[in-house]
Each structure stands twice: as structure tokens, then as C-alpha cells.
Design a protein around this ligand. Structure first.
Ligand SMILES: *Cc1c(COP(=O)(O)O)cnc(C)c1O
Length: 395
């Protein structure tokens, strides 16, 4: 049996006619830059996230970059973030001339640990107050602890830019300690929320695309300006921006797919439940296979909310690299996200991060493995994955 890590074919087949029609509409319209397809999709995403404004951009990376540019973060500034994420989170910080400061992650969710953040923010406040933004990442499709992070942001008066590239539609409980829980969608809690429509994300285009959402109307205006060379009006440049515009062809394809996103989340959650049952039956849970922890699943009413959208399904295992090779030999797609923490990347060698250590993140880099979780994965395929893992550990 063949089980790819991700198979885009079923979705492509399902939406093929609608997508062709929509794309033909763009071609015939001759509106090839921004225009109504992009604004309609922006409105739909703002609606979906529960915010007033959304600004379509060229990628998830550029969503982060343009957010930092609009905040006028630059040389000498620091951005507090996690060492365990995709490179783009940190890349965007360096590209505006600022530098990251890392806080280790929580063992349970692998998201940035608010307890670690406190010390760093406190030290910064006693020193020269260089931290100009907090950039939490909602890794693998589950929100970071935004309840605590937003409290810290208020206390230390630092804006939050959410890297929600893997988490569109994921919901986060706020107000837990007051006993009145409100579920908020990823990206809608900070000053800005950044999404990616890279084809492997839960809402994926047929190429690159991204979006910034915000509740701050004035900030939305700045984002619109920066994504279009900082011009407002045309040829009058108040800021130095760039070309970070969302392509109308991507916007129209994504508009076709967005109404089906909830179903896609649901199918991924069902697949996660199937894995749980299968791993349990095989007697593998906790030893040797640690399953992903949906940290908000126990909160009252969680079953009615997308507490995890499973963009990736990450298990933690001993002899990880050997298991990966074994699964690949048996035609099962799997991947290591991420084998090297950001502070250990070679491009940082000359930036003074060499002596730092983030043990929780470093351990995750050693023992995490992503298994197939895409919506159309069949029960038989999942059974084959678990059987193969079971055979590996019996050998
Ligand atoms: C995918 C991703 C990005 C970048 O998105 P692109 O659209 O590929 O530029 C940024 N951060 C995280 C956490 C991601 O997973």
C-alpha cells in the first residue's frame, strides 16, 4: 500500500471544474492585479476569522514581513519568538534588520512557553526595552497559549504578530482564569494574524499566497500601503514598502475552497481520532509512541470548537530517524518538522546565538515525526501506517 504524506489529487479532482471556471473568469476579466476577486476573498477571510480587515499578500512569509514593516521594526530592535518553527518566522525578523530573541517551547504543545517569556520580557524592561513585538507561532494547527500571551503583551505593552500560517480556523480559549471562556480564531487575537496559502496548508492555493488579518482598521490601511510599494495614492510614497500583493488567480481558487474548509478540518480531526484508536489497540501509546496533545480539548465546550486543525500530525518517538527510513521503505510518507532549531541554524552562527540552549525545542527536533493526516486518507491507509510502526518496534 502507498500512503503519501500529503495527496492533493483528491481535492484537485473534486474542485477541478469550479476552479477552472473561476480562473477563466479572472482571465476574461483582464483584472490581473488586485481587483474584485482579491477584495471579495479578503472579506471572506475577515469574516471567517471574526475580524474587520484582511489584506491579501503574496505569501505567508510576506504576511509576517509586511506586518513587521508596518510596525516600523528595524535595526536595533528585537522580536520575541520561538526557536522551534519554520524558518520564515525568523527570516522575516532578520529581513527588516531586527533580531529574534527566543523563548523555549512547552513540552505539551511545542508552542512558545509563556513562563519562559516572562523572564525575557522582564529583563528587557529593566534594560533598554528593545523587544518591539511578540511573534507566537500556532504550530501544527494548534494555538499557542494566547490567553497568557495577550496578558503579557498588555502588561509589557508589546504588540503581537501571530504566525498563524499553519492554523487558519484553529480556535483558542481566552479568559480561562475568569471562568468565562471565549473561543477566538487564530490570527484574530494579536494586532495582526498572518496566514499562508502554500499548497500544503489546510487552505492551500495552486501556488503561493498569504493574508494578514487585523482588528485595527488603521493598521490595515498601513498594511495595504506597504504591500503596494508604500504608495498612497499611486506614485506618492509615504513609506518604503514592496510588491507583496496577492494574485487574483490564487484569490479566486481559494474562494472556491474556503466554503469547504470546515469539512476539511473535521476530516483531519476524525483521522486523528482514528490514529488514537489504532495506536491504543496496538498498545503503543506513550511507550514508545507519544501522540500529539490537543491541549485545549478538555476545556468546557471544546468539542464544538476547532481546538486543533491538525495541519500536521506529529508523533514523538525513540529511534526517530530509523523509523522514518523504515516507513519510507514501506511507501509511507513522513517528514521531520523540524530537524534543526532556529538558534542552531548555520546562518545564525555569526549572530551570537551559538551558546544558547532550548532543551525542550532541541528534544522535539530529535524525536518528532509527521505522519500522513490529509482529509482523504482512508482507514485502511491509517491501519497500514500503525501496523508498520508496530512492526518496526517489535523487530
Ligand atoms: C508555511 C509557513 C510560513 C510561510 O508561509 P509561505 O506561504 O510558505 O511563505 C511561515 N510560518 C510558518 C509557521 C509556516 O508553517
Amino acid at each position: 500500500m502507498n500512503v503519501p504524506l500529503l495527496d492533493l489529487q483528491p481535492q484537485t479532482t473534486r474542485f477541478r471544474e469550479e476552479i477552472l471556471q473561476a480562473v477563466t473568469g479572472v482571465i476574461d476579466s483582464t483584472r490581473y492585479i488586485l481587483g474584485p476577486r482579491v477584495s471579495e476573498f479578503e472579506e471572506a477571510i475577515a469574516d471567517y476569522c471574526g475580524v474587520d480587515d484582511a489584506v491579501g499578500v503574496s505569501s505567508g512569509t510576506d504576511a509576517l514581513l509586511v506586518s513587521l514593516m508596518a510596525l516600523e521594526i528595524g535595526p536595533g530592535d528585537l522580536v520575541l519568538t520561538t526557536p522551534y518553527t519554520f524558518f520564515a518566522t525568523m527570516g522575516s525578523i532578520f529581513r527588516v534588520g531586527a533580531m529574534p530573541v527566543f523563548a523555549d517551547v512547552e513540552e505539551s504543545s511545542l508552542n512558545i512557553d509563556p513562563a519562559e517569556m516572562v523572564e525575557i520580557l522582564e529583563e528587557d524592561r529593566r534594560g533598554d526595552c528593545r523587544i518591539k513585538a511578540i511573534m507566537p507561532v500556532h504550530l501544527y494547527g494548534q494555538c499557542a497559549d494566547m490567553d497568557k500571551i495577550m496578558d503579557l503583551a498588555a502588561e509589557y505593552e508589546v504588540p503581537v504578530v501571530e504566525d498563524a500560517a499553519q492554523a487558519i480556523g484553529a480556535e483558542c480559549p481566552l479568559g480561562i482564569k475568569n471562568g468565562s471562556v471565549q473561543w477566538k480564531r487564530a490570527g484574530s487575537m494579536g494586532l495582526s494574524g498572518c496566514f499562508s496559502f502554500f499548497p500544503s496548508k489546510n487552505l492551500g492555493g495552486i501556488g503561493d499566497g498569504g493574508m494578514v488579518v487585523t482588528r485595527d482598521h488603521e493598521f490595515a490601511g498601513l498594511l495595504q500601503c506597504y504591500r503596494n510599494h508604500g504608495a498612497e495614492p499611486k506614485y506618492y510614497h509615504s513609506h518604503i514598502g514592496g510588491n507583496f500583493r496577492l494574485d487574483p488567480i490564487q484569490a479566486t481558487v481559494l474562494s472556491v475552497k474556503l466554503p469547504h474548509l470546515e469539512q476539511c478540518h473535521q476530516q483531519r480531526r476524525t483521522n486523528s481520532a482514528v490514529y488514537h484508536t489504532l495506536f491504543e489497540q496496538a498498545g503503543l501509546i506513550d511507550n514508545p509512541v507519544c501522540l500529539p496533545k490537543p491541549v485545549y480539548s478538555e476545556i468546557n465546550g471544546a468539542e464544538d470548537h476547532n481546538f486543533h486543525i491538525y495541519n500536521q500530525y506529529i508523533i514523538r518517538v525513540p529511534r526517530r530517524d530509523d523509523l522514518r527510513d523504515y516507513l519510507q521503505q514501506h511507501s509511507i510518507g513522513c517528514e521531520v518538522y523540524y530537524p534543526v532549531c532556529l538558534h542552531e541554524q548555520r546562518c545564525l552562527a555569526e549572530h551570537g546565538y551559538g551558546d544558547l540552549s532550548f532543551p525542550v525545542a532541541e528534544k522535539a527536533a530529535e524525536d518528532s515525526l509527521a505522519l500522513p493526516i490529509y482529509p482523504e486518507l482512508s482507514d485502511e491507509q491509517q491501519a497500514y501506517v500503525v501496523e508498520t510502526i508496530s512492526r518496526f518496534y517489535q523487530a
